[in-house]
Design a protein around this ligand. Sequence first.
Ligand SMILES: Cc1cc2nc3c(=O)[nH]c(=O)nc-3n(C[C@H](O)[C@H](O)[C@H](O)COP(=O)(O)OP(=O)(O)OC[C@H]3O[C@@H](n4cnc5c(N)ncnc54)[C@H](O)[C@@H]3O)c2cc1C
Length: 514
Amino acid sequence: MQRIVVWYRRDLRVHDHAALSQACADAREVIPVFILDPNQFAHSEVGSGRVQFLLECLADLDRSLIERGSYLTLLRGNATELLPRFIRQVGAQAVYYAADIERWSGQVRDRDLARRFADEGVVFRAFLNYYLQSEGEYERERWHAAWTAHSKQPLHMPPARIVTPLLELDETLPHFTFIPTLRDLGLPANTQTTLPGGETRARARLRDFLDHRVEAYRYAISKPAAAEDDGTSRLSPYLKFGCVSVRTCLQEARRRYLPANLGARKSLEAWVSRLRWRDHYIQKFAMYPEAEFVNLFTPFDAVRRYEDADPRLLAAWQRGETGFPLVDASMRALTRTGLLNFRMRAMLATFLTINLMIHWRHGAEWFMKHLLDGDTCIDHWQWQMQAGITQPSRAYIRAYNPLKQCHDHDPDARFIHRHVPELRDVPAPLVFEPERISPMEQTFYHVRLGHDYPFPIVDAEATRQAALKVLMPLREQLAQAERAGRLEEYRAHVAGVYPCVRVRSTEGSEQPAN
Ligand SMILES: Cc1cc2nc3c(=O)[nH]c(=O)nc-3n(C[C@H](O)[C@H](O)[C@H](O)COP(=O)(O)OP(=O)(O)OC[C@H]3O[C@@H](n4cnc5c(N)ncnc54)[C@H](O)[C@@H]3O)c2cc1C
């Protein structure tokens, strides 16, 4: 072919990029394109921190492409309208892109484009990106085998040279001639202290983590202060935007596998299993795209209604003013830095959905707005899991006890003191239960309860018991249905009201190429 457009979406790299490598093999000229759609930034789950990170990724990608004789074309507007016009204007014969299932609207867009390009005789070809099976099928063992096999295949080498024509786009195709700022996009300034974006940083972070930090990973993973101090890889925002492929991470990890060093080996294994979980959740999300919007099982719809959320409790959770120091430290860390370790995210989620009995979607939306790694597939799935409304056959629901988490994972209160300055002078373990600080101690430790720092907004144990009373019978009802092979009956209603379930079951999908 003469010209192929490589449509970048959330695969912002040149290494191990199947679509880019294949385009360079199939065409004389390759045109890398990214489409910035300001309408997408109006979504309630988008925040300036993550968009800033995205813009840095685009700048880095542009630099890498320039080093290879190419550059990134940045269109501005709606992809469904712009891409076909762009293809006609530049006279390309094909569009290569990496499959993505993060949002249902994106899947609808890709299907529309596939139909339009088919009519126009343009090849529209999807490549595997990070989730490794087709949408239409999920069976854990088969998926795992395919995932492992795929992860061991050789990486796609970055093209040494990419021939890209100099394009003179006219006014009919809105575009940027530079990487825009948040201001150019009409977005508020970023107030988070975030990690810098881009493939170059991602690769350096991966190497640094595996060479110097991985051994302590198993210890750091649950400890919020250690995780924040780079005890975990903190690669999630880079993985979210595809600055590095999961396969690259896995192969780099395997190269460092030293059977003699037991500590490092166990940490490496734990880390690799997290990468597998990531792709597993994304694969499951591809199977159940309705998880972006609704409960997977309708019996839970009546338990917590979205519109019934108590605004006072929700605001206290969002601001990190619940009176539970580790909950508050975690929330403030998340909104300030855009990142937080898994255990503290899970604790925030169970605090909102179990202790405060607020619908998980409020939490998922808040997380997505503030997380640098906000990824609907993982986030919305995790929120339903933590809310206790998935996996009915599991006989228990985990609700993280905020006091126990302090003793177990922040015993010297390093994390609490870092993020809740009102309590900075109160030593551990007293700081774990501020409501017990006597008036005299309050003077001594420079804090006035109910004034500088709130009393607990709920009784953690009483609210947990109350939630279990409501949730457990419903879970048992579903578990019985599952044992009797009738689980789908409960999902039939979801299929009745939610179009993506119907579309999935009737339309099927094509398996992307490797
Ligand atoms: C309520 C809730 C919401 C979450 N939302 C997101 C989200 O929007 N985006 C996101 O990437 N992760 C999310 N997670 C999962 C997890 O908390 C983060 O992936 C992890 O904290 C990222 O830190 P890290 O890069 O240092 O991870 P590491 O521990 O170094 O792990 C390496 C990589 O594995 C993946 N990973 C690790 N843990 C998990 C997990 N439990 N589930 C899925 N993948 C995992 C991530 O891509 C991560 O970068 C969420 C967890 C919860 C409980």
